[in-house]
Design a protein around this ligand. Structure first.
Ligand SMILES: Nc1ncnc2c1ncn2[C@@H]1O[C@H](COP(=O)(O)OP(=O)(O)OP(=O)(O)O)[C@@H](O)[C@H]1O
Ligand SMILES: [Mg+2]
Length: 361
């Protein structure tokens, strides 16, 4: 399996990064620096090349360096995307993406071509936090694993907005909801099917990873038995829920309200697992995401680890690094404490100071 990697990275005026130019190591890149120096900003720039959005903000203007009108990130890739040149140009009015010097035509293919997985401190609460976090985890993985998913996802979201708008309208004639129900049911059953497909790949990997990391314990992840299989049945169910939905002013059931069940020791991990166990479960989920994406895209994704070691105890840290060493692929790791980074060889060390990146010996 070949690994996707960034061969060259240039950043101009993104947050506090005035000008960064780097030729990263194809394996480990360790970026050390004190708080507030720009380490996460660097990962945000890399993530922008793959996901075409930030993982921290939906407001483009926040990404522009204070007092500047535009920002630019350029990546030249190696491995299965050898020579691919991706440029993201941001201003407060627009976002332009150029791939190989042409405007990007197919966003869906892009995600599939440049898979990246981000681990950050909030990732470690994947099990303990609310359902939305787990839905986002699944959707983000699907965006990259399945090139048809981004379009489906956006069509479903639009159908949902239209139906909700109608539910809130003052003169609701039930018959006028039928075409909306039909559309939602059609898109929702396909969306559900895609999530089940992903879980079919992810869950055996999760069970195996967790068993390895925990020294033989058993955990499972699954989607709850949902009824979004058959368009006709879903439409009937939507009709049954008219009263509830109109009273609340939104569609109360569907893939947008779905959660992923994580069961540990036969019980809900969210409710009963200890904090340490929840973190290990979260780590196992992320590792299985990397493995599932590798299989689905045919390439090892780029891994971005933002200050993760500080969230893990010594043993979990060792497990994480042992996975990173065996998984292959390019990794960017930020840290305030370089001694936490348990990697020997195959690495380049950098220092981030006030938005300037320098090599470190
Ligand atoms: N639009 C912007 N223009 C200029 N500077 C910005 C902008 N947005 C954020 N910053 C600055 O970037 C710095 C934070 O960068 P970043 O979050 O990457 O720090 P960090 O090195 O990851 O720190 P920590 O170790 O605390 O996570 C802060 O000093 C912040 O003021
Ligand atoms: Mg940071």
């Amino acid at each position: 399996m070949s690994a996707l990697f960034l061969y060259r990275l240039s950043i101009a005026d993104l947050r506090n990064l005035t000008s960064v130019d780097m030729v990263p190591h194809p394996r480990f890149n360790v970026i050390a620096g004190r708080n507030g120096m720009g380490k996460t900003n660097l990962l945000e720039a890399i993530y922008l090349l793959g996901a075409l959005r930030s993982f921290r903000t939906a407001t483009r203007a926040e990404l522009l360096r204070h007092g500047h009108q535009a920002a630019r990130v350029l990546g030249i890739f190696g491995g299965p995307a050898a020579g691919l040149r991706c440029e993201v140009l941001l201003s407060d009015k627009s976002r332009r993406i150029r791939v190989d010097d042409k405007a990007l035509s197919c966003v869906s293919e892009h995600f599939h071509r440049l898979p990246m997985v981000l681990f950050h401190p909030a990732t470690m609460s994947l099990v303990s936090s609310g359902p939305e976090t787990r839905r986002r985890f699944l959707d983000r993985a699907l965006f990259q694993a399945d090139p048809t998913y981004p379009q489906l996802f956006s069509d479903y979201a639009k159908a949902l907005v239209s139906r909700n708008r109608l539910l809130r309208g003052s003169t609701l004639d039930r018959r006028s909801l039928v075409p909306y129900d039909e559309q939602l049911a059609r898109l929702g059953t396909r969306l559900s099917e895609r999530r089940r497909w992903l879980l079919g790949r992810l869950s055996p990997m999760f069970e195996e990873t967790f068993c390895d990391l925990s020294g033989g314990l058993i955990a499972k992840c699954s989607l709850p038995r949902d009824d979004w299989h058959d368009v006709e049945q879903v439409m009937a169910m939507l009709r049954e829920r008219y009263a509830v939905d109109t009273a609340r002013g939104y569609t109360t059931a569907g893939p947008h309200a779905q959660d992923m069940d994580i069961v540990f020791g036969g019980q809900s991990a969210r409710r009963y697992a200890s904090q340490g166990q929840q973190r290990l479960l979260a780590l196992s989920l992320k590792i299985s995401e990397v493995r599932a994406l590798t299989e689905a895209t045919g390439r090892i994704p780029i891994l971005l680890l933002d200050d993760v070691s500080s969230e893990l105890d010594r043993e979990r840290n060792q497990q994480l690094f042992s996975f990173l060493r065996s998984a292959g692929g390019q990794v960017f790791i930020t840290t305030t404490h370089v001694e936490h980074i348990l990697l020997y060889g195959d690495r380049t060390d950098y220092e981030m100071k006030d938005g300037r990146l320098t090599g470190r010996s």
